[in-house]
Design a protein. Sequence first.
Length: 652
Amino acid sequence: MESCHSGGTTSVASDAARIVLVGSPNAGKTSIFNRLTGLNARTGNYPGVTVARSTGLLTVDAQRFAVEDLPGTYGLSPISPDEQVVVSALSGDLPGIGSPDALVLVVDATALRRSLHLVAEVLALHQPTLIALTLTDELGARGGTLDSAALGRALGVPVVGVIAHRGLGIAELRSALTSWREWSRPVLDAPADAAELASWVDSVLLTARYQPAGPDRRTARIDAVLLHPVWGTLVFAAVMVAFFEVIFAFAAPLQSLVEVLFAGLADLVERVVTWPWLAGLLGDAVLGGVGGVVIFLPQILLMFLLVSLLEGIGYMSRAAFLMDRVMGAAGLEGRAFVALLSSFACAVPGIMATRTLPSAKDRIATMMAAPLMTCSARLPVYILLIGLLVSPEERFGPLQVQGLVMFGLYLLGAVSAMVAAWIVKAVQDRDGLLMPFYMEMPPYRIPTLRSIALSMWGSAAAFLRKCGSIILVTTILLWLLLNLPLHTDAELRAAGLDPADDGAVSAYVLDTNAAGAIGRAVEPVFDPLGFDWRVNVGVLASLSAREAFVATLGQIASATDPDNPADALAAMTYTDGAHEGEPVFSAPTVAALLVFFVYALQCMSTVGVMRRETGSWRWPLIAFGYMFALAWLGAWLAHGAVLLASAAGATP
């Protein structure tokens, strides 16, 4: 069978024993999965991170295992789609999958009393079960004690202590899997009656000589500030501002190195490749187009480094707690923030994360809002356009204005997402009640270098795969459109051009190619926004992937000035019409483009996953339509406002 794992699939042999990991959120389940399989499924310390089944292959002593990671759950009475996935997987009700051969129940030692309720339900399934006991180091550090062997005897199942982030106990767990058929089982089920179950829990804890962990005073002192409704919100805003300041301040030198690399490759192509068409394809489409997107890899890496640090430290769960108040104002619960937070990386996992929401109406409202959150695909577009709008030297006190503009764009997207969710929720359910939202605040931890490196590598690999697939295909298609139809020397001379004048010929080709015809055909739609036909082509290309806008402009700039494409964009002017000779990327036009990209749903992958999650084309079409209308209107207002401000500033 094939099952998804962290953005891909892995083929699992039919003779492999199926081992399923089950446990509550934040217990370390996905970390164990990654250690066992060597994969890189995403982990996090807030609920809703794992919203789908992830499967990897493990071989121990010639025995093969299909290890499966399920979404976290506190019990087997599902109230949301992701919890239903857990119940269906354990009962063998998933189509074409069947029942698991054995279960690894991941239990948090610092929350053992609460976890035993899930343990009782899982053991009642009468499947071979092993308990992987996590966070025992933290239990000891906070003065708690636990005899894991005695716990195993009390429950009647094997227990293995695991500290996944340090790799401790993983070898013992792998070894234990080889004897899954011989695992001991409970003689009697835990009682179902609530009072009797509470007595059973007390008995197990007593037998295991369990002393709960004492309060984490350091965490409590920090949370007194970070969870405060005023100070916590101010800290959150400061963290976000610093986030974008760091991206601009530290990524620029690395970006310059990447630019130098691609410039060297372009020179090599020019010297080595003598066939003009092939040289143009490699130089303009691949290096000018795809390379124009890849140069933003340092910013992508730095962004995910910062996100990984915030997640690993434990701050993201605090941010989710703070934003629960905002979610409530929008008619949603705190779990919706987790879905929207996931959309900062990509709207696709954000939409999938809505499976944690018990209410179908909440899921729809959150899906309609998720694409408005600023995903990483917008980052190259924003960096390019902000660079055309604001000089790196401009500062507001100690802060770079470029970073503040970026923060403003992210804030605009987030606020717009809240408003959109509120409107959709209000239209669907004006009197709906909010479901309770429970979230554990994990203690603050220092993330491991391994976890950070894996997160950054996964994000970078996904970005490069996109550049090597969707964007490469798009740039090749655009290159053909930008170079067709072909012009003979006779046609060029008839147009008053010298065929040997490369600059004049390039300008003529740009004005008469197929892409130009397409760009000019949609001018009635985009002309009020101040968009030139070349910008129109980039906007249309970005429907495949937002980064294709950067690739398109990169190709056009390379055709105009292959040595200095950035300068070519800044110097680009209208070639005809009422604005002939004026800069294409004027301040009003750049402002309009920035606002347009805040709102427009330019990602077919997002449309596709929305169709899959909602089961119809109704909501994806509504989302695409309302977001395009918002994008056009917002861009028109931004263009007009900056134009008026510029005119007022020029008035004596």
